[in-house]
Design a protein around this ligand. Structure first.
Ligand code: FES
Length: 104
């Protein structure tokens, strides 16, 4: 059954940054975009390299390895060489704590 698991504090990532966390065995990248936070699986759907090595431009993340682009809100693929969407996770903020909904 999915549960919200505390991952970090809101001040742990600056706006425009991405950080990777091991959450109960799931490697999740959290992206900070103008005060909003989005959680994605930290694995590119092209060749499984970490997306947290990439860069953010608004809500678009670009994989550092071969340049695929994804929307971090929806997981949609925006650019080759990836063709499969990435997994996104529901996230909630309580006070300064950030939680991600994962299957335990
Ligand atoms: S591993 Fe991300 S584009 Fe190839």
């Amino acid at each position: 059954m999915p549960e919200f698991v505390k991952v970090m504090k809101t001040y742990d990532i600056l706006p425009g940054e991405i950080k990777s966390f091991d959450v109960e065995g799931e490697v999740i990248a959290i992206c900070h975009i103008n005060g909003n936070f989005y959680a994605i699986k930290d694995e590119c759907s092209h060749m499984a390299y970490p997306l947290s090595d990439g860069s953010l431009d608004g809500e678009i993340i670009t994989c550092a390895w071969h340049g695929a682009k994804f929307n971090v809100k929806t997981g949609d693929v925006l650019s080759m060489p990836a063709v499969v969407p990435i997994e996104t996770y529901q996230l909630k903020i309580e006070g300064e704590n950030v939680y991600v909904l994962i299957e335990l």
